[in-house]
Design a protein. Structure first.
Length: 151
């Protein structure tokens, strides 16, 4: 899986997937569940680099003295919004407002997509940010969220 970064604005970010083939409904479900799970972790502040006590400790975690007070001392770092995942032929895309979540979130997404690509849905390329000349972006924000208007 090739990974490319284009112009990145964390508050207005398109993420593009170029797949090997047009995805089946089951493959679409895998992709959407991965992105939804990633977003919900971000929405709950899971990608907060101010508090990485376990990671920073190293490999020896036995009897780690975890400082719970650090949880309340670090600034909130939630993602703000996600649009519906969209497909066109062998492409998929989704828009995000990463809010104040730390960019470790993108590393977690790349690692997860790589494994998804190896095991379930072959991904040729992941593009973070920018535009796709073959698939224009809707300029109006309210059109991104049509899912919420269909009640």
């Amino acid at each position: 899986m090739e990974v490319q970064f284009r112009e990145v604005n964390p508050f207005d970010l398109w993420i593009w997937l170029e797949l090997e083939t047009n995805p089946s409904p089951a493959e679409q479900q895998y992709i959407e569940e991965l992105f939804s799970s990633w977003f919900y972790l971000g929405k709950l502040g899971g990608f907060n680099a101010e508090n990485l006590q376990v990671q920073d400790t190293g490999v020896e975690l036995s009897y780690l003295d975890y400082e719970s007070a650090n949880l309340s001392r670090s600034l909130m770092a939630p993602m703000h919004n996600m649009a519906d995942f969209q497909y066109q032929d062998h492409w998929g895309r989704c828009w995000f407002d990463l809010g104040t979540s730390d960019l470790i979130a993108l590393d977690v997404l790349i690692n997860s997509l790589y494994q998804l690509s190896c095991d379930y849905v072959p991904v040729r390329r992941l593009i973070v940010g920018g535009v796709n000349e073959d698939w224009p972006i809707v300029d109006r924000e309210d059109e991104r969220f049509d899912q919420f208007d269909q009640n």
